[in-house]
Design a protein around this ligand. Sequence first.
Ligand SMILES: *[C@@H]1O[C@H](CO)[C@@H](O)[C@H](O)[C@H]1NC(C)=O
Length: 377
Amino acid sequence: MSRDGEQVIFIVENDKMHFRNRKLLQTLTVAVLLAYTILLVYQSFSTGVISHENIELHPNDEKIKSFRQRLQRHLSRDQLGDSDHLQNLENPATISPNLSPGEVTQVTMRPFTTSLNDLFISVKTTKHFHKERLPIILKTWFQLAKDVTWFFTDTNDEEFHKMTNGHMINTNCSSSHSRKALCCKMSVEFDTFIETDKKWFCHFDDDNYVNIPRLVDFLSDYNPREDWYLGKPSIQAPLEIINKDKSSQKVKFWFATGGAGFCLSKALALKMMPVASGGKFISTGEKIRLPDDVTMGYIIEHLLKKPLTVVDQFHSHLEPMKFIRRDMLKDQISFSYSKNKEEWNVVKIEGFDAKYDTNRFLSLHCFLFPETRFCPR
Ligand SMILES: *[C@@H]1O[C@H](CO)[C@@H](O)[C@H](O)[C@H]1NC(C)=O
């Protein structure tokens, strides 16, 4: 049937309707329309409120994502401590004031975090090297880790005691370079660490430059509640010694070179206590008749059966420093130097004249931290 036909039928039926019925139908229609309009208005208003809340609170929102990323960066940069060079960080509170405290807690709830204050840094030195080696350390990297760095020596030195704010420890060990004297110092370093509540023990020598922010950043990838022996060997194969106690049995183990620096987690250090604490490090060293760093490897790798994790960013003077590429310097944890028959093995870096900066530590420091006061602008 055609549309015209429909209309015809409708008009015919309409005509048949009573006048009062038509009036009622009109009123009903108006009422239904009105109700529908009210419903529409209410609905659009309420969805408006919901989507507004979405912007503020939905965790996947872009704004919060970017805030989280910025906060993460802030937290990791904060690990550097309050050094002069590492300022100008945004205040996270100003980034998104609408963020509820719950959101912030979620970001910081990582299984563990590492900051400079979690470290115990020991530097082994001797009275003969105070004047020659300590001033450059005190002028450079020590400034970034004053509160957590301790010097282990063999004399009372009032001058350096003051300069380090009392961070010189007289081990009362011999000042000779003998095996026993070296193990004696390591023993005191270890015992001193055990008495602290620090999470990491990092040992260095007085001819090391330590890239503090890099060290902290590096350690934050490891859990101090797990057993970690982090360092770098200086030999190509594990050391092989003969254990005279056990019918000349061969013993093989790796050890981290002390001259490059190494770190031990608190968990591992606690497990070492029966053979290393309270002076037992010395008797263990005497037993195998090997230096301090080798004794460390023997205790950890052989006695405790915990493997050394090789970290290439530690560098001792046994390596040629000039091969560390300039664009890789900032990623390295430690550097060293040595002099062999008038030939200096030093980091290759521009900066101060070699006359004033023979071991290149001043220049290296200015390269890594150009904002330092004594660095040229
Ligand atoms: C070294 O000897 C002095 C004097 O006897 C003592 O006070 C100090 O505690 C000793 N140091 C260590 C690390 O044992």
